[in-house]
Ligand binder design. Structure first.
Ligand code: DAH
Length: 327
């Protein structure tokens, strides 16, 4: 087999490299030929002949190498090929997270009723989160809210009610506002996560202009628009920032009121708190001769009921199979 044939037959790049050393390396016939030139009779002609041979072999090696490399590359790309048809990522599209979806629906209802959207700080002082809301230090009602306290006397707001105070200190009545946003409590189980969302509502006008009937009407109308045609009921309750206070239930949307596990056999689901603003709250912000109502609802609570999600925590796990059911 000629040297050229051996080159063209080299099966791998490694084998070709060994051949290159053999044919062109320091100990090859060609190198020895160059070394012996000084004794040759016709130096120029011998040198030209050696150079021609060397070039011929070098070219053949380079060509073979290129051929072997392209075969290797093809094999590699074939092996690592990605089947882009395997997942239909682009068919799945996006969807609003159920919490955002419920939030948007709530906000849309109330803005349609002329409530203005207000935002407040997530990290707030105790005056705005507690004291001005008629929750003085050491008041037992503070224990209803497992607060995250910070070192500098600030808290992670435990409810969006703090925005009531910020708004009243900044504006003059009459106004209607809602405050959607995240709130924080030290709590974690089937129905509680340390961060969740609320929508707070507040309407203030001159004394006598706003009645409990106005509050009852707007909340009933909201609940019917959110859940559909279910009965509602107002139960006397207590909140430090409202007097009188009520909790609002909707007839159980799971069993239609007959009693089931979801409504703990009462036939009713508790969905929000409300009341007429306590005079102490108005006093704390320097308001006189005014009246109004306030309400607060948990968005996760409303969303898990409406979309029938058993474990609230599953909404925060980024599980696509779950989330895409809400498209
Ligand atoms: N802040 C209450 C809570 O987090 C919810 C609430 C109840 C807000 C009654 C109100 C209200 O404005 O009137 O549990």
């Amino acid at each position: 087999m000629s040297n050229l044939e051996r080159i063209n037959d080299a099966p791998t790049i490694d084998a070709l490299d060994k051949l290159r050393v053999e044919l062109l390396g320091r100990k090859s016939a060609i190198s020895e030929g160059f070394a012996a030139l000084k004794n040759a009779a016709d130096k120029a002609q011998a040198a030209a002949e050696l150079n021609r041979k060397k070039e011929e072999l070098s070219n053949a090696i380079a060509n073979r190498k290129a051929a072997l490399e392209s075969v290797e590359l093809e094999a590699k790309t074939a092996k690592e090929a990605i089947d882009v048809t395997l997942f239909d990522f682009y068919d799945r599209g996006g969807s609003l997270h159920p919490i955002n979806r419920a939030m948007e629906e709530i906000v849309e209802y109330f803005t349609g009723m002329n409530f203005e959207v207000k935002n407040g700080p997530l990290i707030d002082d105790e005056f705005h989160n507690f004291e001005a809301l008629n929750l003085p230090k050491h008041h037992p009602a503070r224990e209803m809210q497992d607060t995250f306290y910070m070192n500098d006397g600030m808290v992670l707001r435990t409810h969006t009610s703090n925005v009531q105070i910020h708004t009243m200190l900044a504006e003059k009545p009459p106004f209607r506002m809602i405050a959607p946003g995240a709130v924080f409590r030290r709590d974690y189980d089937l129905t509680h996560t340390p961060m969740f969302h609320q929508v707070e509502g507040l309407a203030v006008d001159e004394k006598g202009a706003i009645s409990f009937a106005n509050l009852k009407h707007i909340l009933e109308d909201f609940l019917n628009s959110f859940f559909g045609d279910f009965p509602t009921r107002f139960r006397p309750s207590f909140f430090p920032f409202t007097e009188p206070s009520a909790e609002v239930d909707v007839g159980c949307i799971f069993c239609g009121g007959k009693g089931c596990r979801m409504c703990k056999n009462t036939g009713w689901l508790e969905v929000l708190g409300c009341g007429m603003v306590d005079p102490n709250v108005f006093k704390a912000v320097g308001y006189e001769n005014v009246g109004g109502y306030a309400f607060g609802m948990g968005v996760e609570r409303l969303a898990t009921l409406k979309y029938r999600v058993g474990d609230l925590r599953s909404l925060y796990e980024g599980d696509l199979d779950l989330l895409e059911q809400f498209r």
